[in-house]
Design a protein around this ligand. Structure first.
Ligand code: HMH
Length: 220
């Protein structure tokens, strides 16, 4: 059996699965939320859903820059999945624009404070070591993969939203991101591994806050 040990200190290396099993409550709160439950029940209000949609578009524009920074830091053997991710983001940005148009929503809105906080967090990752960036990138994608999957299937008009992040090929993509993050963590110093853990916990908190932001929007 292969044991994941640190190359220099012969210490067991941090892994993505250890982050999930060490922080189950934080991760539950990131992926299970009344917003998603009410989408599944078809009882979410249009204003709540539209708030999420527009703010998530703003999130994805910054997430695209995070993906570009990840590519800058990654070893060449990790390029292929990241380039695939960037290509998927190209489609996703156009898809968000189409969804907003169909709902007559302007995308030229100010980010809400929670969205701004998440975007600033992602911007701050560009100066972090690759292992930290790779861990964050995996965690962010896993949060949506699991969050939408746990609450699937969803009724119309939410079916395609649940499928976008809950579909099996997205799950496979997230598994590859996990392998790449694990590989980077194996090569990371102990202090970088500590930063990766803090970053994972920040992602969990920001994901929870993001659902809450849309859920708590005032209805007229
Ligand atoms: C808030 N987290 C948030 N939005 C997303 N679109 C994803 C993760 C997945 O890309």
């Amino acid at each position: 059996m292969k044991v994941n040990t640190h190359p220099h200190k012969n210490m067991p290396s941090l892994t993505c699965s250890a982050l999930l099993s060490d922080h189950p409550q934080e991760w539950r709160s990131a992926t299970i939320h009344p917003f998603l439950q009410q989408c599944q029940q078809g009882t979410i209000s249009a204003e709540q859903f539209n708030t999420w949609l527009v703010q998530d578009y703003l999130f994805v524009t910054e997430f695209t820059r995070l993906a570009a920074h990840l590519l800058l830091s990654a070893p060449v053997v990790h390029f292929d999945p990241i380039l695939g991710g960037l290509s998927a983001l190209k489609d996703e940005l156009l898809w968000f624009q189409a969804k907003a148009k169909a709902r007559s929503l302007s995308l030229k809105v100010s980010p809400q404070p929670t969205c701004t906080a998440y975007c600033e967090f992602m911007r701050s990752l560009s100066s972090q070591p690759y292992a930290v960036q790779a861990t964050a990138f995996w965690a962010i994608e896993l949060a949506y993969n699991q969050g939408w999957q746990i609450h699937s299937p969803m009724p119309e008009p939410y079916t395609e939203f649940a499928d976008r992040w809950g579909n099996p090929s997205f799950t496979e993509y997230v598994k590859i991101l996990e392998q790449q993050a694990d590989d980077a963590l194996t090569k990371a110093s102990e202090s970088e591994q500590g930063q990766a853990k803090q970053t994972f916990l920040s992602v969990a908190q920001l994901e929870k806050d993001f659902w809450q932001m849309a859920f708590a929007v005032n209805t007229p």
